[in-house]
Ligand binder design. Structure first.
Ligand code: BEZ
Length: 220
């Protein structure tokens, strides 16, 4: 599995939108790449339908979405019809699903869940989430077992944090949401604060006497 900060492996694969060269497809955008254990499985059906329904949220944030499942494109295309029906999407399908019938990408990206096997006894892919920056580097990875569906509200929240903290010298505290106060990075010197954070910095007094709990309104 790639580590944070690594260039995400480039790959060429077939998908429901035709052959994809991953880096070329991503272009200058941020991207979310998420894996599914297998086509025609119930949890995946809810996840893929939900992602299709929140596509405007990804687009608003400048993100392209792409999924992968360990089956062939023809299986994906048949399954999409079920997902569209289940999630009431009409005939639209807004993002590609990569085919990985031989699990080559699943192995390369470290996405297999040894606890879950298909009918042939082969391990299924887990529910991995990779968020990749326009520089093609891995910014976040999450790995859920096949039996636990993901929380896409949390995924949108971390995207907001990743994009903010990529540009401003802040970090986001526990349960932060877009628009809430942020924390000044420990590497920012006190004499830099007024220039970097014109909205002000509030330093909370701590028993240690150390001034590391520095809050600032979310920078513009
Ligand atoms: C599912 O997507 O429903 C699923 C797939 C593999 C194992 C368990 C659940």
């Amino acid at each position: 599995m790639p580590n944070l900060g690594d260039v995400f492996p480039d790959f060429t694969a077939d998908s429901t939108s035709g052959p994809i060269k991953f880096h070329e497809w991503l272009g200058d955008s941020w991207g979310i790449f998420f894996s599914h254990p297998a086509d025609y499985t119930p949890v995946c059906t809810t996840e893929l339908g939900h992602v299709a329904s929140i596509m405007p949220e990804f687009q608003k944030r400048g993100l392209k979405a792409i999924a992968i499942s360990c089956n062939k494109v023809d299986d994906h295309k048949g399954w999409i019809k079920d997902i569209q029906d289940y999630s009431k999407l009409g005939d639209t399908w807004p993002y590609p699903i990569v085919a990985d019938p031989n699990r080559e990408l699943a192995v390369k990206l470290g996405m297999l869940d040894p606890a879950e096997k298909d009918k042939a006894g082969l391990p299924l892919t887990a529910r991995a989430v990779f968020i990749i920056g326009p520089d093609k580097k891995l910014k976040l990875s999450l790995l859920y077992p096949a039996t636990t569906g993901r929380n896409f509200t949390e995924i949108l929240r971390v995207i907001d944090s990743l994009k903010l903290t990529a540009e401003k010298k802040v970090a986001t505290p526990a349960n932060w949401k877009q628009g809430e106060r942020c924390m000044v990075l420990p590497t920012v010197k006190p004499d830099e604060c007024s220039t970097l954070f014109p909205k002000g910095v509030n330093t909370v007094a701590m028993p240690s006497g150390k001034g590391y709990m520095r809050f600032t309104p979310q920078p513009d």
